[in-house]
Design a protein around this ligand. Structure first.
Ligand code: F6P
Length: 326
C-alpha cells in the first residue's frame, strides 16, 4: 500500500504544499491518539469558555486547536492560519506561500459519547497583492489549492484533494503511517439517502420544507421513490458517508435568528467540503449558488449548505428556484 508522501510526489504536488500536508498529518496523528485514549487521557468534557461563535468549547477543541496552531506555525511555508477557535488570524512566516484555515475538531459534541469527529482544513495561496491580516483569507473557494479532513472514527482516515481527484488514507496504527486505501472517489449522481437535522424543519424556508416533505412522501409522493435518512451530527462524518456512497447533506437557512440564519462556516467547513465533493463529481451549493463562488467578507462567515450527489442537489435547487427564495 502506498504511503502518503511518495503518493504526493508521484502526483507532482509542489514540495512546499507537501510540507504543509505533512504537518497536518503529524497533527492528525497526535489528535487521533488523544481521542482514542478517550476518558483515560482526562481531556473529555467542556472548558468554562466560549469560542468566537458563542459555542461552549470542549477541552479537546482547545487542545486540537493549540496543536494545529503550534505545529503549522512552525512550518515555514505557512504564512498564516485561521481557525474556528481563534477570533482573528495568526501570522506565521512572512515568506510562506500558503494560508491554512481549519476547524480543529468538527462535531465536538460527539466527543463525550465516543462518536465520530474530525478536523477540516482548507489551504489557500498567499495573495501576492500586498494584502495582510484577515483580508488574505477572503478568497473564493475556487482558489483553494488543497482541502480535506481527518475523520476520527473506528479508524482514523485522512481524506484530501490537491485538485487531482479525492484520495483516502487510513492510519495504520501499527506503523503510525497513513496508507492510501482509496483513490479516484466518485459520488454517484443519483441517491436515495439524505442527511439533515429534521428537528429544524419548521424553521426552514418554504422551498426546503417542501423539498424534504416530498422526500419523506417516498414512493407514493411526487419523487416516486423511498428515501433513507442518516444524521451523525458531525459534518465531517456525514460528508465522509456522502463521499463513500453518495447522498445529499444539507444544513439550510433557518428563520430563528435573523442575524445568524446559517450554521456552517464558509472558510473552514463549507469550502473545503465543497472542493472535495466537486472533485468527486458531486455538487455543492448554498441553495442558490455554487458555494465555492461565494466571495467571503469575514473569516468566520456562515453559509447555507446543500451538497452531494449531483442530480439530487440539482433537484433540491429546482425547489429553491421555483419558489424564488432560499
Ligand atoms: O460545526 C457545526 C456542526 O457540529 C457540524 O459538524 C454538524 O453538521 C452540525 O453542527 C450539527 O448540528 P446539529 O447540532 O444541529 O445537529
Amino acid at each position: 500500500m502506498q504511503r502518503l508522501i511518495p503518493t504526493l510526489r508521484r502526483d507532482q504536488v509542489d514540495e512546499a504544499l507537501i510540507s504543509v500536508i505533512n504537518t497536518l498529518q503529524i497533527c492528525a496523528k497526535e489528535i487521533s491518539y488523544r481521542l482514542h485514549q478517550g476518558e483515560l487521557a482526562g481531556v473529555l468534557g467542556s472548558t468554562l469558555d466560549e469560542n468566537i461563535q458563542g459555542e461552549t468549547q470542549k477541552k479537546l477543541d482547545v487542545l486540537s486547536n493549540q496543536l494545529l496552531k503550534d505545529i503549522l506555525l512552525e512550518c515555514k511555508h505557512v504564512r498564516a492560519i485561521a481557525s474556528e477557535e481563534e477570533d482573528g488570524i495568526v501570522d506565521g512566516d512572512e515568506s510562506g506561500d500558503y494560508l491554512v484555515a481549519f476547524d480543529p475538531l468538527d462535531g465536538s459534541s460527539n466527543i463525550d459519547i465516543n462518536s465520530m469527529v474530525g478536523t477540516i482544513f482548507s489551504v489557500l495561496p498567499t495573495p501576492k497583492d500586498g494584502r495582510s491580516g484577515p483580508d488574505m483569507f477572503l478568497q473564493q473557494g475556487t482558489q483553494q489549492v488543497m482541502a480535506g479532513y481527518v475523520v476520527y472514527g473506528p479508524s482514523t482516515m485522512l481524506v484530501f484533494s490537491t485538485g487531482k481527484g479525492v484520495k483516502m488514507f487510513t492510519l495504520d496504527q501499527t506503523v503510525g503511517e497513513f496508507l492510501l486505501t482509496r483513490s479516484d472517489i466518485t459520488i454517484p449522481a443519483h441517491t436515495q439517502e439524505f442527511a439533515i437535522n429534521m428537528s429544524n424543519q419548521r424553521h426552514w424556508s418554504p422551498a426546503m420544507q417542501s423539498y424534504v416533505t416530498d422526500l419523506l412522501a417516498g414512493k407514493q409522493g411526487p419523487r416516486g421513490k423511498n428515501f433513507n435518512m442518516r444524521w451523525i451530527a458531525a459534518m465531517v462524518a456525514d460528508v465522509h458517508r456522502v463521499l463513500c456512497r453518495g447522498g445529499l447533506f444539507a444544513y439550510p437557512w433557518d428563520s430563528r435568528k435573523p442575524d445568524k440564519p446559517y450554521k456552517l462556516r464558509l472558510l473552514y467547513e463549507a469550502n473545503p467540503m465543497s472542493y472535495l465533493i466537486e472533485q468527486a463529481g458531486g455538487k455543492a451549493t448554498t441553495g442558490l449558488e455554487r458555494i465555492m463562488a461565494v466571495q467571503p467578507t469575514d473569516i468566520h462567515q456562515r453559509v447555507g449548505v446543500v451538497l452531494g450527489s449531483a442530480d439530487e442537489v440539482e433537484t433540491c435547487l429546482e425547489y429553491h428556484t421555483r419558489s424564488g427564495n432560499e
